[in-house]
Design a binder for this molecule. Structure first.
Ligand SMILES: Nc1ncnc2c1ncn2[C@@H]1O[C@H](COP(=O)(O)OP(=O)(O)OP(=O)(O)O)[C@@H](O)[C@H]1O
Length: 284
């Protein structure tokens, strides 16, 4: 199967001195797959995300979405790629990424308005459908971000991203600003979206513990290099690289309690699948 996202030998240098930030990064995400990208602060996770979005240029190497290289896109072609919404980004702090002056409704239809060609009724249907998809009560549609809880705001941010039916969702620390129970519901939401809509997710975090229940595979980034890639079980139960071992031993739930059980994870996925009788976006 063609990878949805295929990053190959990516080198990125930034700043006036063109300091090397990413050094030959390889990474793939398949449709319906959640890939966790883990690394300490400054390891280059956000730079990699920005390169995938076409916001920074590669010194060498390639980024392909659905088999189409995006690195060489410039001008109108780059704008058309961004407008297509194929890749969407969900930020850590929804309060900062959402416009405080915009209602939830206007936020949800933002991407569709930019794309153009939708009538008022279609936009209304799309906003309602996408809100239902992320379990956001419809009475929140006229409200502003400041009137919502942190978890509701993150649902709005995710709903805005999926309204344009992206192929790939890049979530940069999407749950680190949330409390433990909201964190689980947001991660379960991502799992459900992956399974029901075949969206690929690149889940960026520095918290290995939050990946255990959701990621299919984990890519470990250290000082701009991928030092280890494996299934979640492989990384958590048998880490090979010293940095990965350090990460695993520093997660209390992995170190002190029993190791994550692959069966439990499969059970969670099955349960989420069984529950997903969510409506599809129509009229979009
Ligand atoms: N525009 C820039 N010019 C020069 N250096 C940059 C630029 N943007 C980022 N860097 C440097 O690149 C390195 C990687 O930064 P990046 O934000 O990708 O790391 P990160 O892994 O996402 O970190 P965090 O977890 O703290 O968000 C850092 O050393 C940072 O200082």
């Amino acid at each position: 199967m063609t990878a949805l996202l295929d990053v190959s030998g990516l080198h990125v240098a930034l700043g006036r001195k063109r300091t090397g930030i990413l050094h030959g990064v390889d990474l793939t995400v398949a449709p319906g797959e959640i890939v966790g990208l883990i690394g300490e602060t400054g390891s280059g996770k956000t730079t990699l995300a920005r390169a995938v979005l076409g916001l920074v240029q590669a010194r060498s190497g390639t980024v392909a979405i659905d088999g189409r290289e995006t690195g060489g896109l410039r001008g109108g072609a780059l704008r058309a790629f961004r407008r297509s919404g194929a890749v969407q980004y969900v930020f850590q702090d929804p309060l900062r990424s959402l416009d405080p002056e915009r209602t939830v409704f206007d936020t949800l239809i933002e991407g569709l308005v930019v794309r153009g060609g939708y009538g008022r009724a279609e936009l209304q249907d799309a906003a309602r459908n996408v809100a239902q998809l992320v379990s956001l009560p419809l009475d929140l549609l006229p409200k502003h971000p400041g009137e919502l809880s942190g978890g509701q705001r993150q649902r709005v941010a995710i709903a805005r991203a999926i309204a344009v039916e992206p192929r790939l969702l890049i979530c940069d620390e999407p749950v680190s600003a949330l409390d433990a129970s909201t964190r689980i519901t947001i991660l379960e939401l991502l799992l459900r979206l992956c399974d029901t809509r075949d969206i690929g997710v690149l889940l960026i975090t520095h918290d290995l513990g939050s990946l255990g229940g959701v990621a299919d595979r984990i890519v470990v980034l250290y000082q701009g290099q991928v030092v280890e890639t494996g299934t979640t079980e492989e990384i958590l139960l048998a880490p090979r690289h010293p940095y990965t071992r350090l990460l695993v031993t520093s997660v209390p739930s992995i170190r002190d309690e029993r190791p994550p059980d692959p069966e439990l994870r499969r059970a969670l996925r099955d349960e989420v699948r069984a529950q997903s009788s969510s409506p599809q976006i129509t009229g979009v």
